[in-house]
Design a protein around this ligand. Sequence first.
Ligand SMILES: [Zn+2]
Length: 336
Amino acid sequence: MAFSAVTGQKQIKIRLAAEAQRRGSAAYMLSGPEGMGKRLLAEEFAKALMCTDCGPDGACGVCPNCKYFDNFTTPDVTRVYEPSETKNVKVDFIKECVVAESYLKPQFARTKTFIIDFDYLGAESQNALLKSLEEPGKDVVFILTSSNTDAVLDTVMSRVTEIKLDPYSDEELEEIVRANCPGLEDDKVRAAVYNSGRNPGKAISLAKEDSGVSIRHEINSIMTAMPSSSYIDVLEDQCGVLTGFKDDHKIIASSILMFLDDCGRLINYPDCRKINNEMDREAIEEFVAANKHITTLKLGRCTEAVNTFLRAMEVNANFDSSASAMLLRIHEELKK
Ligand SMILES: [Zn+2]
């Protein structure tokens, strides 16, 4: 990956690539609201700084240093991102792993780089960094990010070069959404962009919600067709549909479970006021009425098959074989 693989932020990418080629100690602050892509740019900038053959597009992607970077095995890049257990990064960690570390020589690259997400740094930790930011050690580059520079100490801001992320164009936002939600229909891509407030992170999450709705819809079609499907239909067509949603196995499973639960409710209480999927209520009611052979016992066995599928996914089993095993098991129960 190089800067050209990051969508948008054209001027900033040109500037960062030039800075990476120039090298020299420095401290930058990439700022902009959450979801604007600061971390992606920070990572790409750090990679360009590591690269032994950095050009106007940043990292070459093939030199050993680029490979180390991609495998997270370079000792010359330190990332300080959100801590797993506490709200903020502990000040001791900053002192040991950033301040002290910044006085050591880089091992493979010409630069030692620290990427620090300031959204997780309290005042004490920020203070601990002041001296390092003012006079970074030789060949040290600090890439800081913040989604709210009001929460960053003035003494920090006065020691860094702030780079504010630029707004994205509609075309750039559409490109980002398409890359993250392949196969999403054009009108849904445009709706996600339109409602995102020009924020790519927001646009992606809106688009993902939308693709969740389309997965549920597809699953319903598969399930309602199950009693009249043949073994071959299941293996060839229906498994193929699921493969298209491979990255969203949890949504697949929850959609099937929701369908099974709704059938159970409608079998036991045909007049029940609310089912999970009210949007498709009519189709599910018709399904239940047309398939009297389906009992809650059979539905329970289908639920077991879905849970088996979920467990298989947790241990990284092969998606295609796990999904087809699940569908065949459900078919066995629901077929006429
Ligand atoms: Zn390289």
